[in-house]
Design a protein around this ligand. Structure first.
Ligand SMILES: *Cc1c(COP(=O)(O)O)cnc(C)c1O
Length: 436
């Protein structure tokens, strides 16, 4: 399978090129040339399959031509060393818990898959040269990528994060690892970090000295595997007879997670409707209303992993629908949740239903409530992080204490190490060149 650029200025790339490069040379995002459809027999049979079996089938549809089945099986099994269960919250609303991985957030799935796939390609090349993974994070990406790539031979990771804008718990998950992981503390906001990474990929000088790649959700090896758990969620809902009319609400920042859901849908997964659940960073909602996409600077919110003002995967959504605004609004609606509504939702869901969401999941739940469900519809919101990762917000809003999982405690005991970085590209480039 080839991967084309959403900007269409360069010729299609192989999977290996797309994964190693991250972003296409024309700054477009790679998209699979073909979206395979899975037949109805597979969809209906999923309820009898394990998560690994489902994921391997989906993975083979995309990657099967480009690597041996046995390698793909190993990558899938190593990636999905934890479950993504669907848990009832009300009679009609379910939480798809994606936070049972090592850093307690959904990004573990994509990050672990990408680390293993990149590791596979590097090993095959005979690793003549180190690959440098650059990743910008507003909180959770950094920890998932750093942990996913920790100790993978031939790979160094540089995590760029906005100084003072990620929680202490998030920060410790990528600043305490050491080894092949370096944290860069940028004097700016998330969009500055993202801009630095994007500029690095197209800088001829840097690319002559260092092999660079991205592990943001722009990388196909990170965003496509997120389709696995949409299929797995359907299988679980089907087992309990609730898969007929699913409304799936996806807390969204860079829109990689939602795009993976849309791809699953295009592959034949029966989902009636998607909701892009945003916090106050709601450029996508504006686009749905007006048909015009106007990026703007991000604002800080309680759901900080979604504080994105110019979502990088917007280009993929447009591409998937050929730019057809009417087709997009027919399948996807939007929603905005303010900080006050996040707090109120956290308190309400805990008190009324005995379930503790995190601030991002709260946006997903709130979006379902705003839209409402028709008779016969079942709502599923993606619970993208464990509530303990946002301890202060959740405990303050709910008045209850949240138990901190052992995995998180272990990170909090490590020693923080990071490199201070100005937000100018010159400073970043000089630093990278000094590492060549
Ligand atoms: C990254 C993240 C999101 C947003 O996901 P995108 O794929 O960027 O839209 C939502 N919630 C949490 C907890 C995250 O870490």
């Amino acid at each position: 399978m080839k991967y084309y650029s959403t900007n269409h200025q360069v010729s299609p790339a192989s999977l290996e090129e797309a994964v190693v490069r991250g972003l296409a040379a024309d700054r477009g995002l790679f998209m699979p040339e073909r979206i395979p459809t899975l037949d109805r027999a597979f969809i209906d049979g999923m309820k009898h399959m394990t998560f690994h079996e489902i994921a391997l089938h989906v993975a083979s549809a995309f990657f099967g031509d480009d690597m041996p089945q046995s390698d793909l099986r190993r990558i899938v099994e190593d990636t999905l060393a934890f479950d993504t269960p669907v848990v009832p919250v009300t009679d009609t609303v379910y939480s798809l818990e994606l936070f049972h991985g090592p850093t307690l957030a959904f990004k573990d799935v994509g990050a672990r898959f990408m680390a293993r796939m990149l590791g596979h390609f590097i090993a095959r090349q005979g690793a003549s040269r180190e690959v440098n993974v650059l990743v910008a994070t507003s909180g959770d990406t950094g920890s998932a990528v750093a942990n996913g790539f920790l100790d993978v031979p031939g790979i160094r990771v540089f995590v760029l994060y906005p100084k003072g804008k990620v929680s202490a718990i998030q920060e410790c998950q990528f600043t305490t690892l050491g080894r092949n992981i370096t944290a860069l503390e940028v004097d700016g906001v998330f969009d500055d970090c993202q801009a630095l990474v994007k500029s690095a990929f197209v800088d001829a000088d840097l690319n002559a000295h260092l092999q660079l790649t991205s592990a943001n959700s722009i990388n196909v090896a990170r965003f496509l595997p997120q389709a696995f758990y949409y299929f797995h969620a359907y299988a679980q809902m089907d087992r309990i007879g609730r898969a007929q009319r699913l409304v799936v609400s996806v807390p969204s920042g860079n829109f990689g997670n939602l795009t993976a859901g849309l791809i699953a849908h295009r592959m034949g997964l029966p989902v009636s409707h998607f909701i892009a659940a945003n916090n106050r960073n709601d450029v996508f909602l504006d686009y749905l209303h007006t048909g015009v996409y106007r990026p703007r600077p991000s604002v800080a919110t309680l759901a900080n992993a979604m504080d994105v003002g110019d979502p990088s995967n917007f280009a993929r959504i447009l591409d998937l629908f050929g730019g057809d605004h009417a087709a997009i609004t027919a399948l996807i609606s939007g929603s905005r949740t303010t900080d006050e509504e996040i707090r109120a939702t956290l308190a309400d869901v805990v008190r009324t239903h005995g379930y503790t969401p995190d601030p991002h999941g709260a946006c997903g739940y709130h979006a379902l409530m705003q839209r409402g469900l028709q008779p016969g519809e079942t709502g599923v919101f993606l619970e993208t992080a464990h509530p303990a990762k946002f301890l202060d917000t959740v405990e303050t809003a709910t008045g209850r204490s949240v138990e901190i999982p052992e995995r998180l405690r272990a990170f909090m005991q490590g020693e923080k190490r990071s490199v201070p970085m100005a937000r100018t590209f010159e400073a970043f480039k000089d630093y990278l060149l000094s590492q060549a």
